[in-house]
Design a protein around this ligand. Structure first.
Ligand SMILES: Nc1nc2c(c(=O)[nH]1)N[C@H]1C(S)=C(S)[C@@H](COP(=O)(O)O)O[C@H]1N2
Ligand SMILES: [Mo]
Length: 387
């Protein structure tokens, strides 16, 4: 076979593999003509996601899991939610990718190549809970604006990288440092090059924690493109919006970072608890920091039926931002009575915790299994969702 023919045939074979079926008249396909079947991107193939995931939006991509898909102790890529605010960067070149540390509170700006970051600093791996600040939004009353996330905008993968603290020590930061803000390579939906889709950050104390990573691996492999390849800030336990994907610049600020989606009402909650639906003045709204205590039943899947007289073994995960989950309870009578069940210690700080239990039902009929987590400061999950 001539080389040209061979290249063409292997090209057709890889197109067929992408389509998942034979291209019957492939021999007639004019060279260079794109296949229509590959133009409308199938998000599940594009991002290697499980077909059971729910696509909430395609511009930008927002995809969430269902509760039963989040049963793994360590979330694999195929069940990890995607929350994008802009367009995923294209044409990433590992040889030229760099991270610049700048801002009012550095002695002098400094730029690192990927290679330098990987070789200069010790590596750490942590399992870190990342929950979108908007997770659960579809149940808010009154309704909140934005994607109507149900329960699946949470993940807990392992992240490997270097400590942001080690990088900042190497750069040299001044006493003025109060906040860090990330900048990234994704682009604004409008196409305007001067606009950033999102640029958030965390107070300097969070930036300097052991577990705050500049990561280059997820679950032991290169970070998948949708989750921030090749470099991502990971600040577990905080709204995942603080964990900047496609990270290429990080500013050490002498003020609370004022990047895109840091100001106005986005990612803010009332500083003090209020009754559901109550109006709160702007100055009484605070930036969300540590995420509140929460839990999710991942087994069985909603709608399970059980033989009469058999106990229901259930399990799931619970997490509490910077805190740990200290106890779990479940109810089969719509919250009238609660009983304890077990909850394990986290794999490391800021990782979610496995709970499990066994419920007995008095007679045949319809039941709902509810669970409730309590954190190490005694805060329990509220029965009524916040407005
Ligand atoms: N550069 C960049 N970083 C980003 C975002 C983004 O749109 N661009 N989205 C943020 C938000 S709002 C969330 S909830 C998480 C989602 O992370 P994931 O898509 O890896 O699950 O990434 C955060 N980091
Ligand atoms: Mo988010």
């Amino acid at each position: 076979m001539k080389r040209r023919q061979f290249v063409r045939r292997s090209g057709l074979a890889s197109l067929a593999a992408l389509l998942g079926t034979e291209i019957v008249y492939g021999a007639n396909l004019p060279e260079g003509l794109p296949l229509l079947g590959l133009q409308d991107p199938d998000p599940f193939k594009l991002f290697d996601k499980d077909p059971g995931m729910t696509v909430l939006n395609d511009k930008p991509w927002n995809i969430e899991a269902k509760a039963h898909l989040l049963d793994d102790a360590i979330t694999p890529n195929k069940f990890m939610f995607i929350r994008n605010n802009g367009k995923i960067p294209e044409g990433i070149d590992l040889n030229t990718w760099s991270l610049t540390i700048d801002g009012e509170a550095v002695q002098a700006p400094k730029t690192y190549s990927l290679e330098a970051l990987k070789s200069r600093f010790p590596r750490y791996t942590y399992q870190l809970t990342l929950e979108c600040g908007g997770n659960g939004r579809s149940e808010f009353n009154p309704p909140a604006k934005g994607n109507q996330w149900t329960v699946g905008a949470v993940s807990c993968a392992t992240w490997t990288g270097v400590r942001l603290r080690d990088i900042l020590e190497d750069v040299g930061i001044t006493d003025e440092a109060v906040y860090i803000g990330y900048h990234a390579a994704d682009t604004h939906l409008s196409g305007a090059p001067e606009l950033e889709p999102i640029s958030r950050g965390v107070p300097i104390a969070k930036a300097l924690q052991d577990e705050t990573l500049v990561a280059f691996q997820m679950n032991g492999k290169d970070i998948p493109l949708a989750h921030g390849f090749p470099l991502r800030l990971v600040a577990g336990g905080w709204p995942a919006s603080a964990s900047g994907k496609w990270l290429n610049r990080l500013s050490v600020r002498n003020i609370v970072h004022d990047g895109e989606k840091m100001t106005g009402s986005s990612y803010r909650v009332p500083c003090e608890p209020v009754a559901p639906g109550e109006k709160v003045a702007n100055e009484d709204m605070c930036i969300i920091e540590s995420m509140p205590v929460k839990s999710l039943i991942t087994y069985p899947k909603t709608g399970a039926t059980l033989p009469l007289g058999k106990a229901l073994n259930f399990r799931g995960h619970a997490w509490a931002g910077e805190l740990t989950v200290k106890s779990m309870e479940y109810s089969i009578d719509f919250g009238a009575t609660w009983q304890g069940c077990s909850v394990k210690a986290p794999a490391n700080r800021l990782a979610w915790q496995r709970f499990q239990g066994s419920a007995q039902f008095p007679k045949k009929g319809y039941y709902e299994l509810w669970v409730r987590a309590t954190d190490s400061q005694g805060n329990a999950q509220p029965m009524v969702l916040p407005g």
